[in-house]
Design a protein. Structure first.
Lengths: 490, 570, 97
């Protein structure tokens, strides 16, 4: 069992080409789902091993750390690994979507292969302790994501994927430049080593520049305002399963990476004390919260609405980070899981709607709640989660954010969080109003979505309700992870 | 069993409501009536305090059954039972479920030992109750329900914000006496005040209750505002500020009740006026005053739902409820008339009926503490109560002039429900000790002294005579179909008008765009309006180039920031 | 099924026997006058036996509550007339435009 860390990455990485070799649609599906579930099992085992508080270090190929590549699992990234693999395990079974899809069944293997690659990349970013390795995995996940988005059935999907590719590449380049600066200054790529060596050179402008490049580069992947422009198109034109998976994991992993670099590698005192990153992030976070929510209010398509809501929710996570305190970071980290469940569930509910109607335009949702009560019950609960209503997971995150804002002596920020919740209420209301209070259109479908999609939807929505009340596995771990990071775990 | 006893009473109603979709026919009806009884049994065996619950680092007390909560619990259960009976013949499962959920949440909120639990059930009552308005399924009801929901949820948000500030200041979330001077306490008081319909915060009540369904209004009249009264009694007993607030509340709705035509809206104003007595009682804050508040809430819930039930039956049978459109109904609805009169004399405080023995506790407490002005105002308001609820409601609906309406008597379950409520009014009025025994503070008060009875009779009879003479000599304003402005005008008219004015100003600005300054202002407004809609700047993705530009700008900004910070530090 | 009634103006239904007729109204006023006199009498008796101990001196005045009730109603009704001039609008005030 000592090889669990490498298995976590190697399994999907090797399974992806196997999918291409297998080709047969059904067989590939079963195989990929099994792999995704195995990944979840491994991630849970790793989390169990990391719970006591230490870090599990794994040296790839037996090469010791500063030279070889180290995989390092502590609470924070075990938590992220579980979120990513769990979302993968739940979302993957619904497949690329059937109705009027551009991917013919004989090429469905491409979907599963890319999906597994994307998972491998995202988990790799989380697990590795080597900063160049981070870049490699980031690019693997991004390339796989471009492919997945391009599988969308509308022609715009291709354009969305291309523009994501362009912006992602800019981000990747920034990250690479940042890593280059770091290597130039310290001669090492290992994060633990960097943490040890950086204080000696941290006054140099190269290190400032390295951090600036890394922040902005990751900011693009994270879709932090105003670098969020790739996100709405990418999420709204991708196949539903892809939207659900990417929306709930890709930006979260980038967030984790930023947290890891800021708190672990560069150090809290340096980043928030000397550089004053909080002063940069706080206004961006507030802007993201409001601009995202306002834009979501004006959208006419449910997928785009949810995408802009993601921009707003990412603002919350950045806000938690910007305080540089344990409570704020707890709020940000716990929002990784809570938002992943909520938004994943909502995008899956959209998949339910698309499977039945072929459209996700708000005008086509009219009166649908009567035809698809379960789907819209899920949307209602997920929507309450986005607002942050008590009893849902979203409340837990907002609670920590408000606490963090208050204990940082910024009641006006706490007020802003509440105010943006009201805006969330408006865009959620628009959806519910259309679905509940309008009369159905003639062409409305007769029945509920297939169980194949409905069950995963309710798994995520149910989990978001569960974690809204029982928080030891989300907030508890996030709190411990935040403490670990603030104490300086690399 | 122990697991159930750890849960607050009321949760049984919530859980039971979830079973409704499975039941039909007689089983459904039996279940609707059995649930309040079961839930009441649950309350009877509730321990004094449930085990604390850990909720991410906070200690929550779901169950705290002290005499104050228990007393309100008794009357909430009674109201739930009566309302369920009244709604029994209804074919609308959604309304049944909403009513039970609403009652359950309100009862559970009574037993909340901390502010977070209170907040959760507080919002739950808002969400469940709005369904009773929307169940009317009319455009008007939908809009009124939405306005109601915004106010109610807003009150919850205030409560949560207040709880957070309170927690920060004191480190405790326990729901006990709160300090109205502290910012947290002030916010919580405001939250309670919204729900208790304080003056200027009151209008959601008159706006929404008359728009709910026939049976929904009966539920609504019982729980939301009395939950707020309970919360005020627990948190702010003895806060002097509440006395002027309460007096104002008893006073201004009277005038509105004179001119309002919609009978259920008259009752809503009267409800507001009755709340005023309770708020005064809380403000006085002596044990007698608090017991009086609880007693008055108790009898008020019963006679107010009785009046709403009677008017609901009229609305159901006649189809309209304006005073000017009714009259002479005593011929076709004799039972409803009789029950309505019982409710009317109860609310007026006629000796032998419930209002008499509860209101006098509050008046005595105010007199004992020498709140002379408040006492005098409450006496005047008592005459007003007689006028708007005691006389206006039964007189214009059932007597006045014969409108020629010949309808059927109310359905049997409704009659039974009204009969039960009327009986309760009478029983409490004749044997007040039954009610006094469950009050939070022991009451040593004898309402039936000769002086008291004669004084009250004098007040009521002379007031009735004055009313009759004013009516006879046509000084009393005639009933007219009309809309009477209240504070809802601010958000239904003034706000939209201000927005329109802003739009007009923008148009004028555009017209005046010759000067550079005006052109700039115009561009700014246009940009603000445009930039969030889909073809706009922030509503639509930009090209990769724009992102690159932003990335570069952000990079430059962060580099600048880092250099400046470190240069300043170095 | 039910004909639409007129508005509140036509209170005079002739001398018909119902409880909503004008004659019943006049009878009600007479009854009320009698009842008022009766309670005033009782109030006087209380005075004779010094059985009143109100918290305020005014409570012990003869006929205090009766005067308070009658004057309050007049004040409230006149206040209502004045309020109506201030706040009354057409029935469809909020529905328009």
């Amino acid at each position: 069992m000592t090889h669990l860390p490498v298995l976590q990455i190697a399994l999907p990485l090797i399974a992806a080409p196997l999918c291409v070799l297998l080709r047969h649609a059904r067989a590939v599906q079963i195989f990929a789902v099994l792999v995704a579930w195995a990944c979840l099992g491994i991630a849970l085992a790793l989390l169990g091993a990391a719970l006591p508080g230490g870090a599990i270090s794994y040296e790839l190929g037996g090469w010791p750390a500063p030279l070889g590549i180290e995989y390092r699992v502590d609470l924070a990234n075990a938590f992220v690994l579980v979120v990513v693999s769990a979302l993968g395990a739940v979302v993957l079974p619904i497949g690329p979507g059937r109705r009027g899809h551009a991917v013919p069944p004989r090429r469905e293997y491409l979907f599963y292969a890319s999906f597994l690659l994307c998972m491998a990349g995202l988990m790799g970013v989380a697990i590795t302790g080597d900063i160049f390795n981070v870049f490699v995995f980031l690019e693997i996940s991004s390339l796989a994501a471009y492919t997945l988005i391009a599988l969308g059935r509308q022609r715009q999907a291709l354009r969305a994927a291309f523009s994501y590719l362009m912006m992602g590449t800019i981000g990747g380049t920034f990250v690479l430049i940042g890593i280059g600066f770091l290597y130039q200054m310290t001669g090492t790529l290992n994060m633990a080593d960097l943490q040890r060596l950086l204080p000696a050179v941290q006054q140099s402008r190269s290190v400032h520049a390295a951090f600036a490049f890394l922040t902005v580069g990751i900011g693009i992947k994270l879709a932090v305002f105003p670098l969020h422009q790739w996100l709405p198109n990418a999420y709204s034109f991708a196949p539903p399963a892809v939207s659900a998976f990417l929306a709930s994991t890709a930006t979260k992993v980038a967030y984790y990476l930023l947290v890891r670099l800021a708190f672990g590698v560069f150090g809290t005192a340096y980043v928030f004390g000397a550089l004053g990153l909080g002063a940069l992030l706080l206004p961006l976070a507030l802007l993201a919260m409001f601009v995202g929510a306002l834009a979501a209010i004006y959208q006419s398509d449910l997928k785009r609405l949810l995408a802009y809501s993601s921009v707003s929710q990412i603002g919350y996570m950045i806000l938690g980070l910007s305080f540089g305190t344990a409570t704020g970071l707890t709020g940000g980290l716990v929002h990784i899981a809570n938002h992943a469940l909520t938004k994943g569930g909502l995008f899956l509910a959209v998949a339910c709607i698309v499977a039945q109607t072929g459209s996700s335009a708000l005008s086509d949702l009219r009166g649908l709640s009567r035809r698809m009560p379960w789907t819209f019950a899920a949307i209602a609960i997920g929507g309450l989660g986005l607002i942050g209503a008590p009893g849902t997971a979203g409340f837990v995150s907002k609670w920590y954010l408000v606490l963090a804002a208050l204990s940082a002596g910024r009641p006006e920020v706490a007020f802003a969080v509440l105010l943006s919740s009201l805006l969330a209420g408006i865009y959620v209301w628009r959806v519910l109003e259309a679905a509940w209070f309008r009369d159905p259109v003639q062409s409305a479908p007769r029945g509920e979505a297939p169980l194949r999609i409905l069950i995963p939807t309710w798994v995520l929505i149910g989990a978001s309700l569960y974690f809204g009340v029982f928080t030891e596995w989300t907030a508890g771990i996030a709190e411990a992870a935040a403490r670990q990071l603030l104490e300086g775990a690399p | 069993m122990s697991a159930i006893s750890a849960l607050p009473p009321g949760t049984l109603l919530i859980a039971g409501a979830l079973l409704l979709p499975l039941l039909r026919g007689a089983a459904l009806k039996a279940w609707l009536l059995a649930l309040p009884l079961l839930s009441f049994a649950h309350q009877l065996q509730a321990p004094e305090a449930g085990p604390p619950l850990q909720f991410f680092g906070l200690e929550l007390v779901l169950l705290r059954a002290d005499p104050l909560a228990l007393a309100f619990g008794v009357v909430f259960h009674l109201a739930a039972l009566i309302a369920a009976l009244y709604a029994l013949q209804l074919q609308d499962r959604m309304q049944h479920a909403a009513g039970l959920l609403y009652a359950g949440a309100a009862i559970a909120a009574l037993f909340a030992g901390d502010l977070i639990t209170l907040f959760i059930f507080w919002e739950f009552t808002a969400l469940a109750s709005v369904l009773l308005i929307w169940a009317r399924r009319s455009e008007r009801a939908r809009h009124a329900g939405l306005r109601y929901l915004v106010v109610q949820v807003g009150s919850g948000v205030l409560l949560l914000a207040g709880a957070a500030l309170h927690y920060r200041a004191t480190g405790s979330l326990a729901f006990g006496a709160l300090a109205p001077q502290s910012p947290g306490g002030a916010l919580i008081l405001l939250a309670f005040g919204v729900k208790a319909a304080f003056p200027l915060l009151h209008n959601w009540l008159q706006d929404a209750y008359p728009e709910a369904t026939v049976t929904g209004t009966v539920f609504l009249s019982a729980f939301t505002t009395k939950l707020a009264i309970y919360a005020l009694a627990r948190g702010f007993a003895g806060t002097e500020l509440l006395i002027p607030i309460g007096v104002t509340m008893t006073f201004f709705p009277i005038f509105y009740a004179v001119v309002e035509n919609d009978m259920r809206r008259v009752l809503a104003y009267s409800l507001n006026n009755q709340l005023g007595y309770m708020v005064v009682g809380i403000g006085v804050g002596t044990p007698l005053a608090l017991s009086g508040t609880v007693a008055h809430a108790f009898s008020h819930i019963i006679y107010k739902s009785l009046l709403f039930m009677a008017m609901g039956a009229v609305l159901l049978r006649v189809g309209r409820i304006g005073a000017s459109q009714l009259g002479g109904l005593y011929r076709s609805m004799p039972w409803t008339t009789a029950f309505c009169i019982v409710g009317a004399v109860s609310i007026s405080g006629l000796p032998l009926f419930s209002g008499f023995i509860s209101k006098s506790l509050i008046l005595s407490a105010a007199a004992e503490q020498h709140h002379t002005v408040a006492w005098a105002m409450l006496i005047i308001a008592s005459a007003g109560v007689l006028k708007h609820s005691g006389i206006k409601i039964p007189y214009f609906a059932f007597f006045a002039h014969d409108s020629g309406l010949r309808v059927r008597e109310a359905p049997l379950p409704m009659l039974i429900a009204m009969g039960a409520a009327a009986t309760a009014c009478l029983v409490i009025g004749v044997w007040p000790q039954l009610l006094y025994d469950i009050l939070p503070h022991p009451v040593n008060y004898e309402p039936y002294t000769a002086a008291h009875v004669i004084g009250q009779l004098q007040l009521l009879l002379f007031a009735a005579l004055a009313f009759a003479l004013l009516l006879r000599f046509r000084i009393y304003p005639p009933e007219l179909r009309a809309t009477n402005l209240d504070t809802d005008w601010l958000y239904r008219r003034a706000l939209p008008a201000a927005i329109r004015a802003a739009a007009r100003a923008q148009r004028r600005l555009r017209a005046a765009a010759q000067t550079r300054a005006a052109r700039l202002g115009h561009a700014l407004i246009a940009w603000l309006r445009r930039h969030h809609t889909p073809p706009g700047l922030l509503g639509e993705p930009w090209s990769a180039g724009a992102t690159a530009l932003w990335a570069a700008l952000l990079l430059a900004a962060s580099l600048l920031l880092f250099y400046l910070r470190t240069a300043a530090a170095g | 099924m039910q004909q639409h009634s007129g508005n509140g103006g036509n209170g005079e239904q002739g001398a018909g026997g119902g409880l909503d007729s004008r004659r019943a109204g006049d009878w009600a006023i007479r009854l009320l006058c009698a009842a008022c006199l009766l309670v005033l009498l009782l109030d006087g008796l209380l005075h004779l036996f010094h059985a009143k101990h109100g918290h305020f001196a005014a409570e012990n005045w003869f006929g205090f509550y009766g005067a308070a009730g009658a004057l309050s109603i007049c004040g409230i009704v006149l206040g209502g007339r004045w309020l109506r001039r201030l706040v009354m609008r057409d029935e469809d005030y909020y529905e328009r435009d």
